[in-house]
Design a protein around this ligand. Structure first.
Ligand SMILES: Nc1nc2c(ncn2[C@@H]2O[C@H](COP(=O)(O)OP(=O)(O)O)[C@@H](O)[C@H]2O)c(=O)[nH]1
Ligand SMILES: [Mg+2]
Length: 637
């Protein structure tokens, strides 16, 4: 299977459209205005037929006039292989350079220099001059050393020779192609509707594969679209894959709801964002100095946005230099890791530079932040383990799953899992449950946990540990750790001996944990039940489920010993939780003044009834004073 998208680029009137017609027999100027003005305005599409049915060689004709650069840019991201067209009578012109800079910054891998109009009277000196100009332009680029072929559309032998050279070159391109394993992605460049069939969209498939009857998703909205038919090179096919030009019939989609610039993806709910982080390089040729917070056009995929460029570590960016940047748009877009883009000056559309997306959905970036720069450095590495370490170290508010990482790297889950397991083996990262965290993140989290435990210890009455539920609540104020992840993390820190846990209470390492009632089995059983109920309290009647001979008398003894507190005639709570509940009230009152019932209830995370019982019990013990709906701490004498 050989898929290749050949882009024909160069200055206006250098013979691109005539060349494609001579090569394929197709006139790619299809619009009436194009025919009338004899100039290419929008993208043109055709294909180069070969004898091998496993080869699809698509051709994109782009407008060479600078007024239509926006359209040229919409065709550029899909181009793999380039025919750089330069007319022998004129040589390298402004749009020759412009197109070449753009294509070099995107995904093209190789190409041929095609010197047109060889039938005109061109002397050797002129020809040499043009050859030198092209050599200078392509020096140190992906086209350094590319073949030069002189052609005239009037000379079939020269066209045949070019055709042979194209086939030879594209067949020699490296075949190893990881892109077909990745998720399907195709930015849409044309939308029309066919009588009786409905909406058709076309584009260049950038990654992945798709078959008839699959469901694709239209972004930015993630709208499902069932594929009724697939065409490549005007032939019906069962499916399509990366580096093909494709037309999809999507009968379920209203034509008016799709436009050039929308993106078809193979997966639902891909993260979209109005900001991405990237590396931007200014073209050598640009006259513009990009200042921090300047506005520019962001040409990405087949669309163009009015964008703001925040330079993360420089005040400005001048020709030939690179910098990290955050780019903001007003809409949302499904950015992809390493997706290439072009920035254009807004007044005349001149391309200023190009870039590559590094973070598809960033945390709010700060300027001059060394941690952020380290993170972006790691994302620019070609090693996936560096990329993974960057991500794992950067996102400090939660642990990451394989899927979250592979989405951020546009990589497949299998490769990411493999690298993660290697990193775990080398002790560079830690696996917590099904997720992964870096030592840095674990350390920050542990330091916060220690602070919380110490603060609790000094504020509480009996120097005890912190109930697990309170601890969870406090950690979740700082981190996005759902209950399950919190539980897995706590298990991990306890297994490392960094915190102790006993009967659902968390202690600092080295603390003497509450004694467990070994000699008093009935008492221990009751206290266990009460502690499992935490702040909710336990009804005396509920003790019957314990199957003890005389639970009420055991409770009375425990109350006398101070181990259990009676909140009302039939509601009891362990002393430990009662003390913690009061410590919680104290803290609220000290921080915010008088406390209301709803406030207290929310803070403890229990329902109204037990919260009210607790407050009344504090009143009854002279710990608090009620004043209407609020309660104060009783002033200590
Ligand atoms: N003599 C000669 N004229 C050519 C050749 N190729 C293109 N032209 C002419 O150059 C003009 C521009 O060609 P076109 O293909 O539209 O250029 P494009 O703007 O690069 O697509 C047309 O008048 C063509 O007939 C060629 O090989 N020889
Ligand atoms: Mg043309």
């Amino acid at each position: 299977m050989l898929n290749c998208i050949i882009g024909v680029i160069g200055h206006v009137d250098h013979g691109k459209t005539a060349l494609i017609k001579a090569l394929t027999g197709h006139d790619t100027d299809r619009l009436a205005e194009e025919k009338k003005r004899k100039i290419t305005i929008d993208l043109g599409f055709t294909s180069l037929q070969t004898d091998n049915p496993d080869e699809t060689l698509a051709i994109i004709d782009v407008p060479g006039h600078k007024d239509y650069l926006k359209n040229m840019l919409a065709g550029a991201p899909g181009i793999d292989f380039v025919l750089l067209v330069v007319a022998l009578d004129e040589g390298v012109m402004p749009q020759t350079k412009q197109h070449f800079n753009i294509i070099e910054s995107l995904n093209a891998r190789s190409g041929i220099v095609v010197l047109t109009k060889s039938d005109l009277a061109i002397d050797d000196l002129q020809k040499q001059k043009v050859y030198d100009e092209v050599r200078t332009l392509t020096e140190d680029s992906f086209m350094e050393g590319a073949p030069f072929i002189d052609v005239s559309y009037k000379d079939q032998a020269s066209i045949d020779k070019l055709r042979e050279k194209i086939l030879e070159s594209v067949r020699a391109l490296p075949t190893q192609d990881n892109r077909s394993f990745e998720q399907f992605r195709m930015p849409i460049d044309r939308v029309f509707s066919l009588e009786g069939r409905g909406t058709v969209v076309t584009g260049s498939v950038l990654d992945g594969a798709c078959s008839v009857a699959d469901t694709l998703y239209l972004y930015p909205g993630s709208v499902p679209a069932k594929v009724r038919s697939v065409q490549t090179c005007n032939q019906d096919e069962e499916g399509c894959s990366a580096r093909q030009r494709v037309a999809f019939n999507l009968p379920g989609i209203d034509k008016n709801l799709v436009k050039r610039g929308d993106v078809l993806l193979g997966r639902e709910n891909y993260p979209t964002s109005s900001c991405m982080l990237c590396k931007v390089s200014a073209f050598e040729s640009t006259r513009f100095r990009l200042k921090n917070n300047a506005r520019a056009f962001l040409s990405i995929g087949t669309t163009r946005y009015d964008a703001r460029i925040q330079l993360l570590d420089n005040a400005s960016l001048s020709s030939g230099n690179s910098a990290y940047a955050a780019i903001y748009i007003r809409d949302t877009y499904p950015f992809f890791f390493r997706e290439k883009f072009i920035l254009q000056e807004m007044t005349d559309g001149e391309p200023i530079g190009s870039g590559s997306v590094l973070d598809i959905k960033p945390l709010k970036p700060k300027r001059n932040d060394t941690n952020l720069a380290n993170y972006l450095d790691r994302l620019t590495s070609t090693e996936i383990t560096d990329n993974i370490l960057g991500i794992i170290t950067h996102f400090i508010h939660n642990f990451l799953s394989v899927e979250e990482i592979s989405l951020r790297l546009n990589a497949n889950d299998r490769d990411v899992s493999e690298s993660l397991e290697n990193l775990v083996e080398q002790a560079q990262i830690t696996k917590i449950g099904e997720r992964y965290a870096s030592p840095r993140v674990l350390d920050i989290l542990y330091q916060d946990a220690l602070r919380l435990c110490e603060a609790h210890k000094s504020s509480s009455l009996h120097n005890q540990g912190m109930p697990k539920a309170t601890f969870l609540h406090k950690i979740q104020e700082l981190y996005y750790l759902p209950n399950k992840q919190f539980g897995e993390w706590l298990e991990y820190v306890v297994s490392e001996g960094k915190l102790l846990i006993d009967s659902n209470v968390v202690y600092l390492p080295g603390a003497a944990t509450q004694t467990i009632y070994t000699s008093d089995n009935d008492g221990a059983t009751i206290i266990n039940l009460l502690e499992n109920r935490e702040y909710k309290g336990t009804k005396l009647d509920d003790l019957s489920e314990l199957d003890l001979s005389n639970p009420r008398s055991v409770v009375n003894r425990l109350v006398q010993e101070g181990k259990v507190v009676k909140l009302s005639s039939d509601l009891i709570m362990s002393r430990k939780y009662f003390d913690c509940a009061f410590a919680c009230f104290e803290r609220l009152a000290e921080e915010n003044g008088p406390v209301s019932l709803p406030q207290y209830r929310d803070e403890l995370g229990i329902s109204r009834k037990p919260a009210q019982m607790l407050l009344e019990a504090f009143d009854a013990r002279g710990l608090t004073v009620r004043d209407g709906d609020l309660r104060h701490l009783k002033q200590k004498a």
